[in-house]
Structures are given as structure tokens and as C-alpha cells.
Design a protein around this ligand. Structure first.
Ligand code: CO
Length: 149
């Protein structure tokens, strides 16, 4: 009986481990248009940290068609994106000192990728969070929902 239990316990542990890892590490991409390949990202509340990797699959340089990945409460999206435009390219179009900014990657151009790692332990799963690109002119369409489940 003990041997039987060991045999089923191992695959279950392996499966749950793989699931947790997949859920804490997210890949997202964007090309030469104003769109990510995902409209929503879901992570587990069990994640100690979440890592988001953004890959720019297009050809245009960052100066012309840059993309980044910024996370905030949905209610703060417009203000952060508007102020990010003023922060300028050298600041990756985001004021990273702004406490409303939960996470922000650098801006990448075609063929480049970047990642950002952050804790979600202070976030409230019952609230609405959004991710978006703060490159000027992108945020109004280049966004999605960030769900903690
Ligand atoms: Co963009």
C-alpha cells in the first residue's frame, strides 16, 4: 500500500510544481503593431514573485515602435501613461518612482526582449489590474487585464 501511494504521489508533485512555475513566469510578445499577443494574463496568488518577459517580434526600432510592459491598478492606467509620456524615452516612458506603478519593464524594439520581476504579495486579487504599453500613443489600445487567481 505504501509503495502504491509513493507511485501516485510523485507524478502529482511533479505536475503541481510545473503548474506553479508556468503560472509565475509569463511570456508576452508584440510586433510592429499596437497589440500584445495576449489580452489577459493570469497568475496564481501562490506566486512569491512573478516574472514577465516581453519579446518584440517586429522589425522597427524602439524609437519608432517601442513597447514596454507596465502594471498598475486599472484606475491608475490613464494617469501613469499620460505622465509616462512626459517622463520621456530615457525613462522608458514611465515614472518608476510613482508608487502606483507596480512593475515596469524597459522599452524594447524589434528583435529585443526584456523582463521584469515583481512581488504580488501586496496586491488585492479582488481589485482590477491592467498591464499596458506606455510608449506614446500606445496605451489606449495596447493593454490587457492582469488577474490574480
Ligand atoms: Co507599445
Amino acid at each position: 500500500m505504501a509503495r502504491f501511494l509513493r507511485l501516485i504521489a510523485l507524478p502529482v508533485l511533479l505536475m503541481s510544481g510545473a503548474y506553479a512555475q508556468a503560472n509565475c513566469e509569463v511570456s508576452i510578445s508584440a510586433g510592429d503593431g499596437l497589440a500584445y499577443d495576449k489580452n489577459s494574463i493570469e497568475v496564481s496568488s501562490d506566486c512569491a514573485e512573478v516574472t514577465v518577459t516581453l519579446t518584440h517580434t517586429g522589425n522597427l526600432p524602439a524609437a519608432a515602435m517601442g513597447h514596454n510592459w507596465v502594471l498598475s491598478l486599472t484606475d491608475d492606467l490613464t494617469a501613469i501613461a499620460t505622465e509616462g509620456m512626459s517622463a520621456g524615452a530615457d525613462a522608458n516612458y514611465v515614472n518608476s518612482d510613482d508608487p502606483r506603478v507596480i512593475a515596469a519593464s524597459s522599452v524594447v524594439g524589434g528583435g529585443e526582449s526584456t523582463s521584469v520581476t515583481f512581488s504580488i504579495s501586496e496586491l488585492d486579487a479582488s481589485k482590477s489590474y491592467s498591464f499596458f504599453c506606455t510608449f506614446p500613443g500606445h496605451w489606449s489600445v495596447m493593454k490587457g487585464s492582469f488577474v490574480i487567481s
